[in-house]
Write a protein that binds this ligand. Structure first.
Ligand SMILES: *Cc1c(COP(=O)(O)O)cnc(C)c1O
Length: 399
C-alpha cells in the first residue's frame, strides 16, 4: 500500500493545496522530493510479478506510476473534491485520454461551441473514428437538452470560456447529462479549484491544463483529469499504461509547488483583472468588455454563485477598427507579453482570431462570438496601473 498524508478529515482547501500528497521519504524532506526515475526496483521476482499483475500497489514504471506525479494527482483531486486524478502530458492530453477511455465508435458528445479552439478541433478529428460531436450554445441549456441522443455519452463544458468568459450553468448541464445516463466533464482551467469546484454543482469529471494557473508561472506544459476513483482506476489508468500520454515527474513537481500559491495568486490576479475591466469599460476606443465580475456580464449572478464571488483573471474586449485596431493595441504594448498563453504572473495579450482560434474558419469564429476586433488580456501580478498605461498607448490612437 502506498501511504497517505496524515491530515485532519476536515482540512480546508488552502491547507490541502500545501499539504496533500505523499508522506515524506525516510530522509524527512519538508519540500516534496522530485523522483526522476523511469523505473522502480523490486525486492524479488515474486514481488515484481505481483506488482505487474496489480495484486500489490507499488511504483513500477513512470509511464503510469511515479511518486512526484502521484503527489500532484492527490493534491489536485483533494482540491477538486474528486476521489482521484490522473496527470497527463498536457491539457489536451487530458481530453484525449477521456475520449480514449470512455468513448467508442457510435458514441455521441455534446460540447459548447465556445470552448478552447484545440478542443473543438480534437472532437472534430474524432468523427473519423465514428465519434460524433454536436456543438451547442455556451449559455443556453435548452440547446444542450435538444442535442441529446440515445447514444450521447459525454457533455463537455468550459466555464468561464476562452476568450469571452461566458459562463455556463454547471448544475443545469449536470441534470441534463444525468437524466440520460451521460457524464458531464468541465474544463476548470480558468477558475481552478481555488475559485470553482465543478463536482459541487454535479459535474462528474474535471479537467485541467496544468500549464495555466496550476503552474502559474508559465513554465511547463501539463494536464490532469479528475474524477471518481472507480472510473479513473478501471478506465483511465489502463489507457495511460498503454497510450503513455504521461506527465513527466519534473513537470508534475513544478505544478505541485505551483498549487501551493494558487489561491493567493488567482485571487490577486482576479482583483487586478476586475479593476482593469472597469477601466476598459470607460475607454472611448473600447466597444465591449467581457469579465464575469462586471455587472454588465450577461451571466454575472451565475458566475458569482459558481466561482466563489470572483470573476477570474481573464478580461477580453473589442476595440474599434477591427483587426488593424486590435493589432495596433497589441503592438503598442511594452509590458504585456504577446502570447496566447495565460495563467502566468506576467500579463499576456493575444488576438484570438489569429492565434488561439486561428485554425477555425471565420464562420466558426463568428458563431463563437470572436470578432476580429477582440483582444484577450490574462492579468498577471504586475501593478495594474502599469498595465492600464500599457494598453492606453494603443487605445488612445484609436479613439
Ligand atoms: C490551454 C487550455 C487547454 C489546453 O491545455 P494545454 O496544456 O495547452 O494542452 C484546454 N482548455 C483551456 C481552457 C485552455 O486554456
Amino acid at each position: 500500500m502506498i501511504p497517505k498524508v496524515d491530515l485532519p478529515a476536515d482540512a480546508r482547501i488552502d491547507t490541502l493545496a500545501v499539504r496533500e500528497g505523499l508522506p515524506p521519504s525516510p530522509y524527512g524532506e519538508n519540500s516534496e522530493a522530485l523522483y526522476l526515475t523511469s523505473s522502480f526496483v523490486h525486492p524479488d521476482a515474486a514481488t515484481a510479478a505481483r506488482r505487474f499483475a496489480n495484486e500489490e500497489e507499488a511504483f513500477v514504471y513512470s509511464r503510469f506510476t511515479n511518486p512526484t506525479v502521484m503527489m500532484m494527482e492527490r493534491r489536485l483531486a483533494a482540491m477538486e473534491g474528486t476521489g482521484s486524478c490522473i496527470a497527463t502530458s498536457s491539457g489536451m492530453a487530458a481530453i484525449l485520454i477521456t475520449i480514449l477511455s470512455l468513448l467508442k465508435s457510435g458514441d455521441h458528445v455534446v460540447c459548447s461551441r465556445g470552448v478552447f479552439g484545440s478542443t473543438i478541433k480534437l472532437f472534430q478529428d474524432f468523427s473519423k473514428y465514428g465519434i460524433e460531436c454536436s456543438f451547442v450554445s455556451q449559455t443556453d441549456p435548452t440547446e444542450w437538452r435538444d442535442a441529446m441522443r440515445p447514444n450521447t455519452k459525454l457533455l463537455f463544458a468550459e466555464t468561464p470560456n476562452n476568450p469571452l468568459t461566458e459562463v455556463c450553468d454547471i448544475a443545469a448541464l449536470a441534470e441534463i447529462a444525468h437524466a440520460r445516463g451521460a457524464l458531464l466533464l468541465v474544463d476548470n482551467c480558468f477558475c481552478s479549484p481555488a475559485l470553482q469546484q465543478p463536482v459541487k454543482f454535479g459535474a462528474d469529471l474535471v479537467m485541467h491544463s496544468g500549464t495555466k494557473y496550476l503552474d502559474g508561472q508559465g513554465r511547463v506544459i501539463a494536464g490532469a483529469l479528475c474524477g471518481p476513483t472507480d472510473l479513473i482506476e478501471s478506465k483511465f489508468v489502463p489507457t495511460m499504461r498503454s497510450a503513455g500520454i504521461s506527465l513527466s515527474p519534473f513537470n508534475a513537481w513544478i505544478v505541485l509547488k505551483g498549487m501551493e500559491t494558487l489561491s493567493i495568486r488567482l485571487k490577486a490576479q482576479s482583483e487586478r483583472a476586475l479593476e482593469l475591466a472597469r477601466w476598459l469599460e470607460a475607454q472611448p476606443a473600447v466597444e465591449r468588455v467581457h469579465h464575469p465580475g462586471l455587472d454588465s456580464h450577461p451571466q454575472h449572478a451565475l458566475a458569482m454563485r459558481q466561482q466563489s464571488g470572483v470573476g477570474g483573471a481573464v478580461v477580453s474586449f473589442t476595440v474599434k477598427g477591427e483587426r488593424a485596431g486590435a493589432w495596433a493595441v497589441v503592438d503598442a504594448t511594452k509590458i504585456c507579453s504577446i502570447t496566447a498563453n495565460l495563467g502566468d504572473t506576467k500579463t499576456t495579450i493575444t488576438h484570438p482570431s489569429t492565434t488561439s482560434h486561428g485554425r477555425l474558419s471565420e464562420a466558426q469564429r463568428l458563431a463563437a462570438g470572436i470578432p476580429q476586433g477582440l483582444l484577450r488580456v490574462a492579468m498577471g501580478l504586475e501593478d495594474v496601473e502599469d498595465i492600464k498605461a500599457d494598453l492606453l498607448r494603443g487605445l488612445s490612437a484609436l479613439a
